[in-house]
Design a protein around this ligand. Structure first.
Ligand code: ADP
Ligand code: ZN
Length: 602
């Protein structure tokens, strides 16, 4: 959420329309109504009209007589007289007796019907609309931003989340434990004169448990938890963001000690670009946040946690000492972490006793906590679909593919030739990987098309965690990426579009080897590229001359070409196995790593 929405039609807009209608109604309709107002006449006129048979409707009330002319266009009123023969005479004049003559409204009734009632209705509608709008913004109702902040308060932390619910992320938990300790026992810190950081920034990719960790801090410390999303502040109507911040902090200070959590802080805390026509609303909100943070003491007991997945885009003012000066990385879980997360979530569903979570974790390499939670839930759904009472190993394994590679596209029809090509392509990857000893063995190969667009899919397994990769390992990886295309070349002597993703990946690796890992002879340990966006996509920018860029491009091409040739060679040398395996995959559509290795080693 970094684009700022300008609310085009605020409730004020609708209020304006209603107000206008009201004014029109009162200035145009009212006078017309007034024309129909009752004419006061004397009793003599009434008698004359009766005699001339000019009376239409008549109603005799206890203290007055109301009547109309024959056409019923004008209403008259007159006082009552002691006139016993009146009814008889009226009858003779042909007047109709009625109960339905419009009664003149008392000033009070006029006020009620023409002003108060519409007002009530329109305030009601306004309230309703503003409530709807606020709900959409994620908060509670509040009219015109004058009232309370819409921060959600989780006063009872006992029903909240604790550190034990957040699996893995041990380092993050460790650095947050200090804050919990401080909230438990602030005196200890005050005594020595230490003040807690006011703000802690949780930095990491989406779905890694940042929100959970913030809640867990509140849960562990048993303090109230206020949460708000940065995008919420910005989506407000003009001028509301700042007042909400003010209000949030007012509430928080009253409830101290407490945790204030601001999710997606980058939505308000983006670098101010100093350009004209910047987003004033966001800037005001950011300024208010900075003011509030400066305004309270480090030991006031209010701790602000904020989460972002784009730390590099934050305004430096936010990360200055005394603000968010502590940074806690919340990274994607490693193998161990993935296993723990799977187990935490598997507790919520019924799983087979013999499920091997380690194996699932190994297969789901690169998955975030949120994705792992999703995998477990997907497995439970799959078990229900299959009329099983608990989720099995294969339910979980299948779910990995569903979550990571998209749903199986049952009705996507590949032509026979296409299917054959895909089978060779996938076996090409797997065979090149398996033949290079350092490459991770294959876990599973499938040529069932996915909604993600991938026609085939080779799942590789990492053994344990790899923090370092050698030059040879990267080269082998590049060779593996080229293996799919290489198989098509070797077997069909032609190439298809099925390798676009491989090309991208191979290029990325080759480029990184030269520009970032210092793995080329010519450039030695000179960084040619800097990563500007570590967590989302890893954008990087070149930092070298045009000539160097040209040379880098040349070397990248050469590097990939060399690995591609190596892959081709491997496949040519193992042509028999390539055919055998491809045929097997073509028939079975899905084969496991074990089956693959068995055929290979036969
Ligand atoms: P973030 O705020 O980093 O985007 P969340 O804290 O909102 O991520 O996590 C989303 C969901 O993913 C959580 O509700 C939880 O089910 C699951 N999840 C993420 N990380 C973990 C973890 N470390 N342990 C257990 N569950 C996790
Ligand atoms: Zn491929």
């Amino acid at each position: 959420m970094n684009e700022v929405k300008t609310p085009k039609k605020t409730p004020l807009y609708y209020y304006g329309i209603v107000m206008l209608c009201l004014l029109l109604f009162n200035s145009l309709i009212m006078p017309w109504m007034a024309q129909k107002q009752i004419k006061l006449v004397d009793y003599g006129t009434f008698m004359t009209m009766t005699e001339n048979k000019e009376i239409g409707l008549v109603e005799v009330q206890s203290n007055q007589i109301i009547f109309t002319d024959k056409d019923q266009t004008v209403i008259y009123k007159t006082g009552i007289m002691n006139d016993p023969a009146l009814v008889e005479r009226l009858k003779n004049s042909g007047a109709k007796f009625s109960q339905e003559i419009v009664e003149q409204m008392s000033p009070l009734a006029t006020l009620l019907i023409y002003w108060i009632l519409p007002m009530v209705i329109f305030v009601g509608i306004g309230q309703f609309m503003s409530k709807k709008l606020m709900n959409r913004a994620g908060g509670n109702s509040m009219m015109f931003g004058l009232g309370k902040s819409s921060a959600k308060v989780y006063v009872k932390s006992s029903e909240g989340i604790h550190f034990k619910d957040v699996a893995g992320e041990d380092e993050a938990k460790e650095s947050l434990a200090e804050i919990v300790d401080y909230l438990h026992n602030p005196a200890k810190y005050k005594e020595i004169g230490a003040s807690m950081p006011k703000g802690v920034l949780l930095v990491g990719p989406p779905g890694t448990g940042k929100t959970m960790l913030a809640k867990a801090v509140a849960g562990e410390a048993d303090v109230p938890f206020f949460s708000m999303s940065g995008s919420e502040f910005v989506e407000m109507f003009v001028g509301m963001g700042a007042s909400k911040v003010r209000d949030l902090f007012k509430q928080a200070k009253e409830k101290a000690p407490c945790i204030v959590f601001i999710d997606e802080i980058d939505a308000i805390g983006k670098k101010r670009d100093g350009q004209l026509g910047g987003n004033d609303e966001r800037e005001q909100t950011l300024n208010q946040l900075l003011t509030e943070m400066d305004g309270f003491e480090g030991n006031s007991g209010v701790i602000i946690l904020a989460a972002t997945n784009r730390p590099e885009s934050l305004d430096p003012a936010l990360t200055r000492p005394g603000r968010f000066d502590r940074r806690v990385p919340v990274e994607l879980p490693d193998l161990q972490g993935r296993e723990e997360i799977l187990k935490v979530h598997a507790k919520k569903i019924k799983v087979d006793k013999d499920v091997d979570f380690r194996q699932i974790a190994r297969m789901a390499s690169g998955a975030s906590g949120a994705e792992l939670a999703n995998i477990v839930n997907e497995a439970a759904l799959r078990a229900v679909r299959g009329n099983r009472t608990s989720a099995t190993q294969s339910d979980l394994e299948e779910s990995i593919e569903t979550v990571i590679a998209g749903y199986q596209k049952k009705n996507a029809i590949l032509s026979d030739q296409e299917k054959k090509t895909v089978a060779y392509h996938e076996i090409g990857h797997a065979l090149v990987a398996a033949k290079q000893t350092q490459s991770a063995p294959v876990q599973k190969i499938t040529i069932i098309p996915r909604t993600s667009g991938a026609l085939g899919y080779t799942m590789q397994v990492e053994e344990g965690n790899k923090y370092l990769m050698t030059k040879e390992e990267i080269e082998n990886k590049i060779a593996t990426f080229t293996g799919g295309r290489a198989a098509e070349e070797v077997v069909f002597d032609t190439i298809s579009t099925g390798a676009s993703n491989d090309i991208e990946q191979a290029t990325k690796l080759a480029r990184a080897m030269i520009t970032r890992y210092g793995m080329s002879k010519d450039f030695d340990m000179v960084a040619m590229e800097t990563v500007t966006n570590q967590y989302l996509g890893g954008d990087s920018s070149l930092a070298c001359s045009m000539e160097t860029q040209t040379e880098i491009d040349r070397q990248v091409v050469e590097l990939v070409k060399r690995q591609h040739a190596k892959a081709r060679q491997i496949l040519q040398d193992n042509r028999g196995k390539l055919d055998e395996l491809a045929q097997y995959l073509y028939e079975k559509e899905t084969i496991t790593g074990d089956e693959f290795m068995e055929i290979l080693n036969r």
